[in-house]
Design a binder for this molecule. Structure first.
Ligand SMILES: Cc1cc2nc3c(=O)[nH]c(=O)nc-3n(C[C@H](O)[C@H](O)[C@H](O)COP(=O)(O)OP(=O)(O)OC[C@H]3O[C@@H](n4cnc5c(N)ncnc54)[C@H](O)[C@@H]3O)c2cc1C
Length: 471
């Protein structure tokens, strides 16, 4: 592994068919032939049972030590940690900005406690720069300023970033991923990678490389509802606070009355809103879309459309019935649907709520969550039937990030190997960043020592991490 940070270069070297450049390029660098079978899933060929196969030669991108797929809390931390440890890193992000759910999903408040390390660095710098401010739960931030801040952090560490780029497939041989296939406006390309971090939140790469995965609720595969977050400004906070003091901040009684008169047509029964870093600006986390599958293209598209419809209806209700919201305006609606649960890897270890209740100890803990289990029922979006019955914070052992059987792949963030009750605790952003940081450092270690993720010396890794119960 090169100890030097990578220099920035033109991303995705796509060449026109037959051009001199391309021939010379292919002669020296080779090309990857991609084969694919498109099945009727995701509405690609809805209603048809036949499949379509194609093969094509892809331009070969410059190689990297570590390719990180997904630039959310876990992916940005992983990319930064691996680059700071000397790896040449490419970070691939499907949206036009980094930050994942916190930025594109506009869930702009870091929860789960202070895990130290990169989380602490981001939080303190963002507060110092006026991008964030501490609320009683965690730092709340401006997503637009945060996207710009993250660009700077990646550039500073020499992480090569490709935005508006999807990781669509992999080539794997002998239990290792050799290439990540990406797609963006330039077309398809193959990126040679020595280690891969799947930080897509949905275990896209693990699923596409044949790793063991599960999806949704253990009994029936159903997943917790999705949410389209929106931000409002011009909220009269004095009036809203007074209303909350009378009604409670979830407005349960008022929503019940509205339901009885038919003025509240939704299957959820509470108003969930949080103040952000500027006065008068609030995040609304009230919409709950039942039946959306965040791994299905058509379903996700439907979620955006249904979500926008509900945002408009909710705002009409709030303006009419919630003191303080009379003159509120929609500031922005998230460009990314809020998905809490999809696939999880079945990794080296599956952490369960029963483990935690039994007080099981782990010697490879890499982070913690101070958040309780928050994973609403798939059909009854206001019910959160799961409770964690352990004292203290939820630990995250390294092994839950290591999928089977691909040996150069690690999967930090929302798609780790846990049961869904534990997922409800560790899916918030501070533990996701702690997982990303550990995964990035582990990736640099595997590249350095030519090792599998399962063979990483977790005691040596832990010595490099700021592990302690989050405050
Ligand atoms: C509605 C809602 C409210 C929440 N509220 C809070 C809260 O208040 N505070 C809190 O701390 N947490 C909250 N969470 C949880 C938290 O935001 C997420 O669980 C966390 O962001 C997960 O981090 P991640 O890095 O695993 O994935 P994500 O944040 O989902 O990031 C994944 C990134 O990968 C990209 N991506 C996905 N697939 C691909 C691909 N194939 N190729 C390229 N890029 C890809 C996505 O665009 C995204 O940017 C909330 C979640 C939801 C859905």
């Amino acid at each position: 592994m090169s100890a030097k940070k990578s220099s920035r270069h033109t991303p995705c070297a796509v060449r026109r068919r037959g051009s001199l450049n391309r021939r010379r390029f292919l002669a020296t660098a080779g090309a990857v032939a991609a084969g694919a079978t498109v099945s009727p899933a995701s509405g690609v060929a809805e209603g048809k049972t036949d499949a379509f196969s194609f093969r094509r030669e892809l331009p070969l991108h410059k190689p990297y030590d570590v390719v990180v797929c997904g630039g959310g809390p876990s992916g940005t931390a992983a990319a930064l940690a691996a680059a700071r440890d000397g790896a040449k890193v490419l970070l691939i992000e499907g949206q036009g900005q980094l930050g994942g759910m916190g930025v594109s999903g506009m869930v702009s408040e870091w929860l789960g406690g202070d895990n130290g390390g990169i989380f602490h660095e981001f939080a303190t710098e963002a507060i110092d720069q006026g991008i964030a401010r501490l609320s009683n739960w965690g730092p709340a931030f401006d997503p637009f300023a945060m996207a710009h801040y993250l660009d700077g952090k990646m550039a500073e560490a020499g992480v090569d970033v490709l935005l508006l780029t999807q990781a669509v497939d992999v080539r794997a041989a002998d239990g290792r991923i050799t290439h990540v296939v990406i797609f963006n406006k330039s077309g398809l390309a193959a990126v040679p990678a020595r280690a891969v971090v799947d930080a897509t939140g949905d275990a896209d790469i693990a699923a596409r490389s044949g790793c063991k995965i599960v999806k949704g609720r253990e009994s029936d595969g159903l997943m917790t509802p999705t949410t389209l977050i929106f931000h409002v400004d011009n909220v009269d906070e004095t009036a809203l606070d007074a209303h909350f003091r009378k009604q409670g901040d979830r407005l349960l009684g008022q929503v019940k009355q509205l339901q009885e008169t038919g003025a509240w047509p939704f299957p959820y029964n509470r108003f969930i809103t949080r103040k952000l870093n500027e006065d008068g600006v609030w995040m609304v986390n009230t919409v709950r879309l039942v039946g959306i599958d965040g791994t299905d293209g058509r379903s996700k598209s439907e979620g955006m459309v249904r979500g926008r419809e509900e945002v408009q209806k909710l705002m009409e209700i709030f303006r009419k019935h919630v003191p303080g919201y009379e003159k509120a305006r929609i500031k922005a609606v998230a460009p990314l649907l809020g998905v809490r649960e999809t696939r999880r890897i079945r990794g080296q270890y599956v952490l369960t709520a029963a483990d935690l209740a039994a007080g099981k100890e782990f010697d490879d803990i890499i982070g913690y969550s101070s958040w309780g289990s928050d994973i609403p029922d798939p059909k009854r979006p206001s019910d959160n039937p799961n409770r964690l019955r352990h004292r203290g914070h939820t630990p995250v052992p390294y092994r839950v990030m290591v999928p089977e059987p691909i040996e150069n792949l690690i999967c930090p963030g929302r798609a780790v190997s846990v049961d869904r009750i534990v997922l409800g605790s560790i899916r918030v952003m501070s533990p996701c960043m702690a997982m990303g940081e550990a995964a990035g450092r582990a990736a640099a270690m595997t590249v350095d020592g030519n090792r599998a993720f399962r063979d990483v010396d977790t005691q040596a890794l832990r010595q490099q991490l700021p592990i302690g119960d989050p405050s």
